[in-house]
Design a protein around this ligand. Structure first.
Ligand code: ASP
Length: 593
C-alpha cells in the first residue's frame, strides 16, 4: 500500500494550503452521501476538515468512500479548494475550505460504536469510562486535556523561572498521618510488612528542605483510601511546593504570581492580585465556612444583642446557655409565605432545629410567626447589626451552639444565593483564609487532632493557650467557595515537634517508631521552611467549567472507586496471595465489584 504522509492537522488547514496538494489523517467523524458526491468530516486532535469525494477527482477514492463508516481511521490526499460562498461553514475553523480527495488509504476500520462520539454527553458515565478511548476522542474532552497540559506546563515554566527544582518522591512509602486512610501495598520480600501509598509527599518534601534543596515542586500523585463521595477520586494530582527560609506571605505571594502567570499565559486573562485575605475566625463568623464563596455578600450576622432582652423563651434559653443567635439578612427579594416555609424545611434538612423568618416590610410593618413578641424598635435594632436594612428585607435566624448554628447558616447562605440567582457565573474570586486553629476536637474519640497535619507550626504564644485557641501558621487558597489548596509553615525544631505530637496524644514510643527520622533530622540542621499544595484536578475542573473532576482526569475511577475499562480492582488468586504471605478472610474473598 502506498504510504501517505500527513501534511498538517485537520483543524489547521488555512489560506496557506490553498490550491495545494496535502494529506490529512484522522477519524471519520460524519459522512453524508449525496449520490454522486460524498462528504466526510475528518477529525483529528486539531479539529475538523471537510473532505469531498467526487468520481471526477478519483473514481477509486470515491468507491472507497462508500465503504467508510464512523470512526474509520484514514489518510486522504488531494487539493485544498475554497468552498463556494453559500457552503461556507462559519462555525468551523476550517469552514472556508474543503479537500477534493484524489487518493485515500484506510488505516483501520471500526465496528459499530457502543455510543456516538457526537452525543456522548447523554451517555451513561460508566459506559463512557468503559470505552474511555472513544470518550476521549470527543472534542470537549480533547479541549479539557489540552488546557490541562497548558496549565501544568505554565506552572512548570513559572516555577523553573523562580529557580525551583522538580523532584520526584517515592510512591511506595510509609504512612503519614494527614487525616486520611491510606492504601497499603503488601511487600513480597518483607512478608507481613506493607508500604503505604502517599496521601501527599509531605514528609519527603520537608526532608528535601533539610537536604538543602531550598525550592522544590512536584506534580504529585496522591492517594487517599477514603469513603468515596460523588466528586472524590482515590488518586488525584496536586502541585506540591516547599521552600526554605520563607514566611507565610512568601508562599502566598508566590502562589498569587503563579496563578497570575497561568491565567495570563493560558487563558489570556488578567488576574488581580493580591487576593483578599481573611482569618479563619473572620471567614467563619461572616460566612459560616472556612472556604467562603466571596462572589456574593449575604453575610451572617450575630443577632444575639438584638434579642438580649427578648420575651421569646426559646431564644432566651439559647442565650442563657451561652449559645448564639445568628442570621442572614436578604434584601431586594420578596418571599411568599409558602416560600418562607419551604426555607424552614430546608434549614431543618441542613440540621437546624428550626428557622425563624422575620419579614421587615417597613419599620412598623413586620411579619413573622413571632411578630407579637418583637419589641417596637426591632427594625432600628436590626439596623445597628447590619449596615443597611431596606424596607422589604427578610431575616433568616438560626439559634444554637455557635459552630453548629453558623455552619448551618453558611450552607443556607449558599442555598439562598443559588436560588436567588445572585452568583456571578463568570467571576473567579480567589481569597486566602489564614490563622486556622492548630487542633480540632474529635468529640467521638474524645481527642485532639491536627486540623492541617502534625507538622504545621503553631503560631506565637501557643504554649500559654488553651488547646482550642491555638492558631496554626496555616493558610488555604479558596476559589469561588472551593478549597483550591492549602499549606503551612512547618515545625523545624525538635522540641516543638515533640510537644505537638504530645498534644495529639501520641506516645513517645509511637513517635519514635513513626517519626524517629524526622526528629533526628530536626536536630541535624533543619532550616525553617513551609509550603503548599494546590489540587490540580479541581482547578482544571473550574477552569473548564466541567461538571465533575472526572471530566479532567484521563482515566478516573467511578464514584465507587472502580475502573470499568481495566475492571480494577480485581481479585487475586491464592497462589499470588501466598507469595505475599496473605490470606483472605471469607467475607472479603466473597465480595465482588
Ligand atoms: N500536604 C498538604 C496536603 O496535601 C499540603 C501542604 O501542607 O503543603 O494537603
Amino acid at each position: 500500500m502506498q504510504v501517505y504522509e500527513r501534511t498538517t492537522g485537520c483543524g489547521l488547514v488555512n489560506e496557506q494550503y490553498w490550491n495545494q496538494q496535502i494529506c490529512l489523517s484522522g477519524w471519520v467523524h460524519r459522512r453524508r452521501d449525496h449520490g454522486g458526491l460524498i462528504f466526510i468530516d475528518l477529525r483529528d486532535r486539531s479539529g475538523l476538515m471537510q473532505l469531498v469525494f467526487n468520481p471526477e477527482f478519483s473514481k477509486e477514492a470515491h468507491e472507497i468512500a462508500h465503504t467508510l463508516r464512523s470512526e474509520y481511521v484514514i489518510t486522504a490526499c488531494g487539493k485544498v479548494v475554497e468552498r463556494a460562498p453559500e457552503t461556507v461553514n462559519n462555525e468551523l475553523e476550517t469552514g472556508k475550505w474543503e479537500l477534493h480527495v484524489e487518493s485515500i488509504a484506510i488505516l483501520n476500520s471500526a465496528k459499530m460504536l457502543p455510543f456516538s462520539i457526537e452525543d456522548a454527553d447523554v451517555i451513561d458515565e460508566e459506559l463512557r469510562l468503559k470505552y474511555r478511548y472513544l470518550d476521549l476522542r470527543r472534542p470537549d474532552m480533547q479541549k479539557n486535556f489540552a488546557l490541562r497540559h497548558k496549565v501544568i506546563f505554565a506552572m512548570r515554566e513559572f516555577l523553573n523561572n523562580q529557580a525551583f527544582y522538580e523532584i520526584e518522591t517515592p510512591i511506595l512509602t510509609k504512612n503519614t498521618p494527614e487525616g486520611a486512610r491510606e492504601f497499603l501495598v503488601p511487600s513480597r520480600i518483607h512478608t507481613g510488612s506493607f508500604y503505604a501509598l502517599p496521601q501527599s509527599p509531605q514528609l519527603y518534601k520537608q526532608i528535601l528542605m533539610c537536604g538543602g534543596m531550598e525550592k522544590y515542586f512536584q506534580v504529585a500523585r496522591c492517594f487517599r483510601d477514603e469513603d468515596l463521595r460523588a466528586d472524590r477520586q482515590p488518586e488525584f494530582t496536586q502541585l506540591d511546593i516547599e521552600m526554605s527560609f520563607i514566611s507565610e506571605l512568601d508562599v502566598q505571594h508566590l502562589i498569587e504570581r503563579l496563578l497570575k502567570f497561568v491565567f495570563d499565559k493560558v487563558l489570556g486573562k488578567n488576574l488581580h492580585i493580591p487576593f483578599k485575605r481573611l482569618t479563619y475566625d473572620e471567614a467563619f463568623s461572616s460566612y459560616g465556612s472556612d472556604k467562603p464563596d466571596l462572589r456574593y455578600d449575604l453575610k451572617i450576622h450575630d443577632f444575639s444583642p438584638v434579642f438580649a432582652d427578648t420575651e421569646l423563651k426559646f431564644l432566651r434559653d439559647v442565650l442563657a446557655r451561652g449559645e448564639k443567635i445568628g442570621g442572614i439578612h436578604v434584601s431586594g427579594h420578596s418571599f411568599t409565605h409558602s416560600e418562607l416555609n419551604r426555607w424552614v424545611d430546608k434549614a431543618q434538612k441542613l440540621g437546624a432545629k428550626g428557622l425563624l423568618w422575620i419579614d421587615l416590610e417597613s419599620p412598623d410593618k413586620i411579619s413573622s410567626p413571632v411578630s407579637k413578641f418583637l419589641p417596637a424598635d426591632f427594625f432600628a435594632r436590626v439596623l445597628k447589626t447590619c449596615d443597611a436594612v431596606e424596607n422589604g428585607s427578610v431575616l433568616f435566624i438560626v439559634a444554637g451552639e455557635y459552630e453548629v448554628a453558623w455552619e448551618i447558616l453558611g450552607r443556607l447562605r449558599q442555598e439562598l444565593a443559588k436560588e436567588l440567582n445572585i452568583i456571578p457565573q463568570d467571576e473567579l474570586n480567589f481569597s486566602w483564609v489564614t490563622d486556622f486553629p492548630l487542633l480540632e476536637y474529635d468529640a467521638k474519640d474524645k481527642c485532639w487532632n491536627a486540623k492541617h497535619h502534625p507538622f504545621t507550626s503553631p503560631a506565637k504564644g501557643w504554649e500559654h493557650q488553651e488547646l482550642g485557641e491555638i492558631k496554626a501558621r496555616a493558610y488555604d487558597v479558596v476559589l469561588n467557595g472551593i478549597e483550591l489548596g492549602g499549606g503551612s509553615i512547618r515545625i523545624h525544631d525538635r522540641t516543638v515537634q515533640e510537644k505537638v505530637f504530645k498534644l495529639l496524644g501520641l506516645s513517645a514510643e509511637e513517635v519514635a517508631l513513626k517519626f524517629g527520622f524526622l526528629l533526628e533530622a530536626q536536630e541535624l540542621g533543619f532550616p525553617p521552611h513551609g509550603g503548599i499544595a494546590l489540587g490540580l484536578d479541581r482547578f482544571i475542573m473550574l477552569l473548564t467549567n466541567s461538571a465533575s473532576i472526572r471530566e479532567v482526569i484521563a482515566f478516573p475511577k467511578t464514584a465507587r472507586g472502580y475502573d470499568p475499562m481495566m475492571e480494577s480492582p480485581t481479585p487475586v488468586d491464592n497462589k499470588q496471595l501466598k507469595e505475599y504471605g496473605l490470606q483472605l478472610s471469607p467475607v472479603s474473598s466473597n465480595k465482588k465489584e
